[in-house]
Design a protein around this ligand. Sequence first.
Ligand SMILES: CC(C)(COP(=O)(O)OP(=O)(O)OC[C@H]1O[C@@H](n2cnc3c(N)ncnc32)[C@H](O)[C@@H]1OP(=O)(O)O)[C@@H](O)C(=O)NCCC(=O)NCCS
Length: 185
Amino acid sequence: MSFTALTLHTPRLLLRPTVPDDAPALLEINADAQVARYLSRPAWTELAQAEARIAQDAADMAAGTHLRLAIVHEGRFVGDCTLFDWSRQCRRAEIGYVLGRAAWGRGLMNEALTALIDFGFSPAMALNRIEADIDPRNDGSAKVLERLGFTREGLLRERWIVAGEVSDSALYGLLQAEWSQQARR
Ligand SMILES: CC(C)(COP(=O)(O)OP(=O)(O)OC[C@H]1O[C@@H](n2cnc3c(N)ncnc32)[C@H](O)[C@@H]1OP(=O)(O)O)[C@@H](O)C(=O)NCCC(=O)NCCS
Protein backbone atom coordinates (compact mmCIF):
# COMPACT_ATOMS: atom_id res chain seq x y z
CA MET A 1 0.00 0.00 0.00
CA SER A 2 1.36 3.42 -0.95
CA PHE A 3 0.46 6.61 0.95
CA THR A 4 1.82 8.90 -1.78
CA ALA A 5 -1.61 10.21 -2.83
CA LEU A 6 -3.11 10.42 0.67
CA THR A 7 -4.81 13.67 1.70
CA LEU A 8 -7.04 14.25 4.72
CA HIS A 9 -9.30 17.25 5.27
CA THR A 10 -10.46 18.76 8.58
CA PRO A 11 -12.52 21.92 9.12
CA ARG A 12 -9.40 24.15 9.15
CA LEU A 13 -6.63 21.97 7.76
CA LEU A 14 -5.35 20.05 4.79
CA LEU A 15 -3.06 17.10 5.57
CA ARG A 16 -0.96 15.92 2.62
CA PRO A 17 2.42 14.30 1.94
CA THR A 18 5.42 16.61 2.28
CA VAL A 19 6.98 17.89 -0.96
CA PRO A 20 10.46 19.32 -1.71
CA ASP A 21 9.06 22.90 -1.67
CA ASP A 22 8.20 22.44 2.03
CA ALA A 23 11.91 22.30 2.95
CA PRO A 24 12.40 25.99 3.96
CA ALA A 25 9.27 26.03 6.17
CA LEU A 26 10.14 22.63 7.64
CA LEU A 27 13.63 23.90 8.51
CA GLU A 28 12.29 27.12 10.05
CA ILE A 29 9.98 25.15 12.38
CA ASN A 30 12.60 22.57 13.37
CA ALA A 31 15.37 25.13 13.82
CA ASP A 32 13.32 26.85 16.56
CA ALA A 33 14.87 25.90 19.92
CA GLN A 34 11.47 26.16 21.67
CA VAL A 35 9.89 23.75 19.19
CA ALA A 36 12.81 21.31 19.47
CA ARG A 37 13.05 21.58 23.28
CA TYR A 38 11.52 18.17 24.00
CA LEU A 39 12.16 16.37 20.70
CA SER A 40 14.35 13.28 20.46
CA ARG A 41 17.01 15.16 18.46
CA PRO A 42 18.57 18.63 18.60
CA ALA A 43 17.22 21.64 16.64
CA TRP A 44 18.13 21.55 12.96
CA THR A 45 20.62 24.00 11.46
CA GLU A 46 20.79 23.14 7.74
CA LEU A 47 18.31 23.14 4.86
CA ALA A 48 19.85 19.79 3.86
CA GLN A 49 18.36 18.23 7.01
CA ALA A 50 14.85 19.22 5.90
CA GLU A 51 15.51 18.10 2.33
CA ALA A 52 16.83 14.72 3.51
CA ARG A 53 13.78 14.15 5.73
CA ILE A 54 11.39 14.98 2.88
CA ALA A 55 13.23 12.61 0.53
CA GLN A 56 13.21 9.81 3.12
CA ASP A 57 9.50 10.38 3.78
CA ALA A 58 8.73 10.17 0.05
CA ALA A 59 10.46 6.78 -0.11
CA ASP A 60 8.77 5.49 3.06
CA MET A 61 5.35 6.76 1.98
CA ALA A 62 5.74 5.09 -1.44
CA ALA A 63 6.70 1.82 0.27
CA GLY A 64 3.81 2.25 2.72
CA THR A 65 6.04 1.61 5.75
CA HIS A 66 5.56 4.97 7.40
CA LEU A 67 3.06 7.79 7.23
CA ARG A 68 3.94 11.47 7.58
CA LEU A 69 1.62 14.27 6.55
CA ALA A 70 2.26 17.99 6.30
CA ILE A 71 -0.24 20.16 8.18
CA VAL A 72 -1.37 23.03 5.94
CA HIS A 73 -3.33 25.92 7.44
CA GLU A 74 -4.57 28.80 5.29
CA GLY A 75 -2.27 27.63 2.51
CA ARG A 76 0.82 27.57 4.72
CA PHE A 77 2.91 24.62 5.94
CA VAL A 78 2.60 24.89 9.74
CA GLY A 79 3.82 21.47 10.91
CA ASP A 80 3.56 17.75 10.42
CA CYS A 81 2.28 14.59 12.03
CA THR A 82 3.30 10.97 11.65
CA LEU A 83 2.47 7.36 12.37
CA PHE A 84 5.80 5.51 12.45
CA ASP A 85 7.34 2.28 13.79
CA TRP A 86 4.30 0.52 12.32
CA SER A 87 4.10 -3.16 13.31
CA ARG A 88 1.67 -4.90 10.99
CA GLN A 89 1.75 -8.03 13.09
CA CYS A 90 0.79 -6.22 16.31
CA ARG A 91 -1.30 -3.62 14.48
CA ARG A 92 0.32 -0.75 16.36
CA ALA A 93 2.23 2.39 15.46
CA GLU A 94 3.75 5.36 17.28
CA ILE A 95 2.41 8.87 16.80
CA GLY A 96 4.57 12.00 16.47
CA TYR A 97 3.74 15.66 15.81
CA VAL A 98 5.35 19.07 15.52
CA LEU A 99 3.71 22.44 15.02
CA GLY A 100 5.49 25.75 14.34
CA ARG A 101 5.28 28.16 17.27
CA ALA A 102 3.10 30.70 15.44
CA ALA A 103 0.37 28.06 15.22
CA TRP A 104 0.40 26.92 18.88
CA GLY A 105 -2.55 27.37 21.21
CA ARG A 106 -5.41 27.17 18.71
CA GLY A 107 -6.22 23.47 18.92
CA LEU A 108 -4.80 22.87 15.45
CA MET A 109 -2.82 19.81 16.52
CA ASN A 110 -5.89 18.31 18.15
CA GLU A 111 -7.71 18.73 14.84
CA ALA A 112 -4.85 17.26 12.78
CA LEU A 113 -4.33 14.27 15.08
CA THR A 114 -8.05 13.49 15.20
CA ALA A 115 -7.93 13.00 11.41
CA LEU A 116 -4.63 11.07 11.58
CA ILE A 117 -5.93 8.74 14.31
CA ASP A 118 -9.21 8.20 12.43
CA PHE A 119 -7.11 7.12 9.44
CA GLY A 120 -4.85 4.90 11.58
CA PHE A 121 -7.82 3.04 13.04
CA SER A 122 -9.68 2.86 9.70
CA PRO A 123 -9.46 -0.31 7.55
CA ALA A 124 -6.67 1.35 5.51
CA MET A 125 -4.15 0.83 8.35
CA ALA A 126 -6.32 -1.25 10.70
CA LEU A 127 -4.32 -0.31 13.78
CA ASN A 128 -5.40 -1.69 17.13
CA ARG A 129 -3.17 0.57 19.24
CA ILE A 130 -1.43 3.91 18.83
CA GLU A 131 1.31 4.85 21.27
CA ALA A 132 3.29 7.96 22.11
CA ASP A 133 6.60 8.51 23.86
CA ILE A 134 6.96 12.05 25.21
CA ASP A 135 9.19 13.96 27.57
CA PRO A 136 7.15 14.12 30.81
CA ARG A 137 8.03 17.83 31.09
CA ASN A 138 6.29 18.52 27.76
CA ASP A 139 2.99 19.75 29.23
CA GLY A 140 1.57 20.93 25.89
CA SER A 141 2.13 17.50 24.33
CA ALA A 142 0.67 15.67 27.36
CA LYS A 143 -2.46 17.87 27.15
CA VAL A 144 -2.84 17.11 23.44
CA LEU A 145 -2.67 13.35 24.12
CA GLU A 146 -4.99 13.43 27.13
CA ARG A 147 -7.60 15.48 25.28
CA LEU A 148 -7.53 12.83 22.51
CA GLY A 149 -8.19 10.11 25.08
CA PHE A 150 -4.71 8.59 25.44
CA THR A 151 -3.87 6.92 28.78
CA ARG A 152 -0.54 7.53 30.44
CA GLU A 153 0.74 3.98 30.90
CA GLY A 154 4.18 4.34 32.34
CA LEU A 155 7.43 6.15 32.89
CA LEU A 156 10.75 4.91 31.52
CA ARG A 157 13.67 6.51 33.30
CA GLU A 158 16.60 8.14 31.50
CA ARG A 159 15.56 6.69 28.14
CA TRP A 160 16.88 9.53 25.97
CA ILE A 161 20.15 11.41 25.71
CA VAL A 162 19.83 14.39 23.36
CA ALA A 163 22.79 16.74 22.97
CA GLY A 164 24.11 15.40 26.28
CA GLU A 165 20.83 15.96 28.19
CA VAL A 166 19.34 12.85 29.79
CA SER A 167 15.53 12.68 29.93
CA ASP A 168 12.73 10.28 30.83
CA SER A 169 9.93 8.94 28.59
CA ALA A 170 6.26 9.08 29.52
CA LEU A 171 4.48 6.39 27.49
CA TYR A 172 0.89 6.84 26.37
CA GLY A 173 -1.47 4.45 24.59
CA LEU A 174 -4.83 4.66 22.83
CA LEU A 175 -6.77 1.57 21.74
CA GLN A 176 -9.04 1.35 18.72
CA ALA A 177 -11.94 0.25 20.95
CA GLU A 178 -11.48 3.35 23.13
CA TRP A 179 -11.40 5.65 20.10
CA SER A 180 -14.59 4.22 18.59
CA GLN A 181 -16.27 4.41 22.01
CA GLN A 182 -15.34 8.12 22.27
CA ALA A 183 -16.61 8.77 18.73
CA ARG A 184 -20.03 7.36 19.67
CA ARG A 185 -20.43 9.75 22.63
C1 LIG B 1 2.78 20.05 21.65
C2 LIG B 1 2.16 20.91 20.57
C3 LIG B 1 1.90 20.05 19.36
C4 LIG B 1 0.82 21.46 21.09
O1 LIG B 1 0.19 22.10 20.00
P1 LIG B 1 -0.98 23.15 20.18
O2 LIG B 1 -1.64 23.39 18.88
O3 LIG B 1 -0.50 24.33 20.91
O4 LIG B 1 -1.98 22.36 21.04
P2 LIG B 1 -3.40 22.85 21.48
O5 LIG B 1 -3.68 24.25 21.07
O6 LIG B 1 -4.35 21.77 21.04
O7 LIG B 1 -3.22 22.85 23.02
C5 LIG B 1 -3.35 21.66 23.73
C6 LIG B 1 -3.51 21.98 25.21
O8 LIG B 1 -2.21 22.13 25.77
C7 LIG B 1 -2.11 23.37 26.41
N1 LIG B 1 -0.73 23.81 26.23
C8 LIG B 1 -0.12 24.11 25.07
N2 LIG B 1 1.17 24.42 25.32
C9 LIG B 1 1.34 24.28 26.67
C10 LIG B 1 2.44 24.46 27.55
N3 LIG B 1 3.65 24.83 27.09
N4 LIG B 1 2.25 24.23 28.87
C11 LIG B 1 1.05 23.83 29.34
N5 LIG B 1 -0.03 23.65 28.57
C12 LIG B 1 0.13 23.88 27.24
C13 LIG B 1 -3.12 24.25 25.75
O9 LIG B 1 -3.54 25.29 26.59
C14 LIG B 1 -4.25 23.26 25.51
O10 LIG B 1 -4.95 23.00 26.72
P3 LIG B 1 -6.50 22.69 26.72
O11 LIG B 1 -6.64 21.40 25.96
O12 LIG B 1 -6.84 22.59 28.15
O13 LIG B 1 -7.13 23.85 25.99
C15 LIG B 1 3.06 22.10 20.18
O14 LIG B 1 3.29 22.85 21.32
C16 LIG B 1 4.39 21.68 19.57
O15 LIG B 1 4.48 21.37 18.38
N6 LIG B 1 5.47 21.69 20.38
C17 LIG B 1 6.81 21.41 19.87
C18 LIG B 1 7.01 20.03 19.33
C19 LIG B 1 6.66 18.95 20.32
O16 LIG B 1 7.02 19.03 21.50
N7 LIG B 1 5.95 17.93 19.82
C20 LIG B 1 5.56 16.80 20.61
C21 LIG B 1 6.69 15.88 20.75
S1 LIG B 1 6.19 14.47 21.72
